[in-house]
Ligand binder design. Structure first.
Ligand SMILES: N[C@@H](CCC(=O)N[C@@H](CS)C(=O)NCC(=O)O)C(=O)O
Length: 204
């Protein structure tokens, strides 16, 4: 089975990259060049995903799967025994999807305007306040827990980790949220996370 993950270094595509590595799946990593917008073979990325964003997973049959929260579940379901997502149909799986939906709509999309050069300056403090309120809530949820779902690392943790990496360039100080800061450091130390970060050139 050949899977190809289109990614941009340090973007939310780091989440499925980490998941693939944690699962031991031999996913081919194809970098989308930020300047040219082309993949490694010179294809215009918008021809692959007209929405223009990573991640995209190319499947064995040549079709494409989009949307990070769905891609990570697809990958986890290829190796359910690894436990990166509870079995489909269980209440625990809905709890995971509850996290993924919160992360994508409330965390990810409050980060996005802070990166976009076209965001009006007077909106940025509002987006920042929204983001900080939600990160503060997550900090409370992590009290006494190793990971979002409890003691086990899941695909939701890969997603939140990828986004927490953005706090540094945006000067969102994490030390006011001790559970979240410890959680970020805990995930950063996982061997497959270190390996994924190295492949993307995020650390040496
Ligand atoms: N709804 C999409 C959003 C993905 C997204 O926002 N991707 C960003 C990177 S984190 C992106 O590629 N933005 C366009 C760009 O960087 O040019 C998903 O959840 O996968």
């Amino acid at each position: 089975m050949t899977l190809t993950l289109y990614y941009r270094p340090g973007a939310c595509s780091l989440s499925p990259h980490i998941v693939a590595r944690e699962l031991g799946l031999p996913v081919v990593m194809d970098k989308v060049d930020r300047q040219t917008g082309k993949t490694s073979d010179g294809t215009e990325f918008v021809k692959i995903n007209p929405k223009g964003y990573v991640p995209v997973l190319k499947l064995d049959d040549g079709t494409f799967l989009e949307e990070g929260p769905v891609i990570v579940q697809y990958l986890a379901d290829l190796k359910p025994e690894a436990g990166l997502a509870p079995r489909a149909g269980t209440m625990e799986r809905y709890r995971l999807m509850e996290w993924l939906n919160f992360l994508t709509s409330e965390i990810h999309k409050n980060f996005s305007p802070l990166f976009r050069p076209t965001t009006p300056e007077d909106y940025k403090p509002i987006a920042r306040a929204n983001l900080e309120a939600r990160l503060g809530w997550v900090d409370g949820q992590l009290a006494g827990k190793q990971y979002l779902m409890g003691d086990h690392f899941t695909v939701a943790d890969a997603y939140l980790f990828a986004m927490l990496n953005w706090t540094r360039p945006l000067h969102v100080a994490m030390d006011r949220w001790p559970n979240l800061a410890a959680y970020h450091a805990r995930i950063a130390a996982r061997p497959e996370v270190v390996a994924a970060m190295k492949v993307e050139g995020l650390i040496k």
